[in-house]
Write a protein that binds this ligand. Structure first.
Ligand code: ATP
Ligand code: MG
Length: 292
């Protein structure tokens, strides 16, 4: 079992080098990697803002004009419903892509924003976690599916479930980069070492160029000193991988998914919209869209 193996892998990467440079005053960042870019949005802790970040960074990248695909790899299907796609009763979902090699393009649905697309999950995907164990090339199913549609998108964001099982391993094996949302709360860094070790394991065994490239501090509460402490600590550990924009804790961000909308259409001038727009700009850094 991949999971069992993972717990015994020694840390070779641990936290990236800490830096004394305050990233908020660092001048220019290097040019962004060429498009298309494929991110796994991962953190095995539950409820830390993976799905909220996937939906809203995806929507903001689409708003910037980039053709963007959100892949929902979580059987809960929150990224699908949050983008207005009802995942119950779908004929084709990520389950079929992973288990039956259905082409990814067959399950892609347009979201309510121009340039934004969703590959929805369904509850059956929970079964895939078990069915995959005995499957041939079980870790590379998603990678193959994505490779076939890479030319159609500028950005692909994979919303991973809160576990380190085979679905997340498929996400990490398919991605080129990992985006990690970190909650500005107690125990924010707890479990992060485990995620980094797993990224390291997937890099060594399946995906040699995989790297954690973007950290987003989310659920920031300006009224608490703790939030500032967490942001400082995260910046100390991860340096300029950490977005300068910090996403505030706001009720509007938690309300938007029940209307099937990203924050930028649900409440375009809200603090959540401003923050996620800034995150998307930092991620894209003005990369040239591909002509098609
Ligand atoms: N910045 C925020 N402000 C307020 N609420 C938020 C914020 N970000 C996320 N939430 C809410 O917190 C809850 C957890 O967020 P989300 O579903 O994005 O986390 P997750 O990591 O994807 O969870 P899971 O591990 O279950 O997949 C949701 O109810 C969401 O609406
Ligand atoms: Mg989620």
């Amino acid at each position: 079992m991949v999971n069992a193996a993972m717990t015994h892998v020694p840390t070779t990467e641990a936290a990236p080098e800490s830096t004394n440079v305050d990233p908020s005053v660092t001048a220019e960042r290097p040019p962004p990697p060429p498009l298309p870019r494929v991110f796994a949005v991962a953190n095995q802790k539950g409820g830390v803002g993976k799905t909220t970040t996937t939906i809203n960074v995806g929507a903001c990248l689409a708003e910037l004009g980039y053709r963007t695909l959100v892949i929902d790899l979580d059987p809960q299907g929150n990224a699908s419903t949050g983008l207005g796609v009802d995942h119950r009763g779908l004929e084709t979902s990520m389950y079929h892509v992973i288990m039956h090699e259905t082409p990814l393009e067959n399950c892609v649905e347009p979201a309510s924003i121009k340039n934004l697309f969703v590959a929805p999950a369904s509850l059956e995907l929970a079964g895939a976690e078990i069915e995959l164990v005995a499957a041939f090339s079980r870790e590379l199913r998603l990678r193959r599916a994505i490779d076939a549609v890479l030319d159609d998108y500028d950005y692909i964001l994979i919303d991973c479930p809160p576990s380190l099982g085979l679905l997340t391993v498929n996400g990490l094996a398919a991605a080129r980069e990992v985006m990690v949302p970190i909650q500005c709360e107690y125990y924010a860094l707890e479990g992060l070492g485990q995620l980094l070790r797993n990224v390291d394991l997937v890099r060594r065994s399946l995906n040699p160029t995989l790297e954690v490239s973007v950290i987003v501090c989310v659920m920031y509460d300006a009224r608490t000193k703790l939030s500032d402490q967490v942001v400082s600590e995260v910046r100390e550990h991860f340096g300029d991988k950490v977005c300068r924009a910090v996403v505030p804790r706001t009720v509007r961000l938690s309300e938007a998914p029940s209307f099937g909308q990203p924050i930028i259409t649900f409440d375009p001038s809200s603090r959540g919209s401003i923050a996620y727009r800034d995150v998307a700009k930092e991620v894209s850094r003005g990369a040239t869209r591909r002509t098609r």
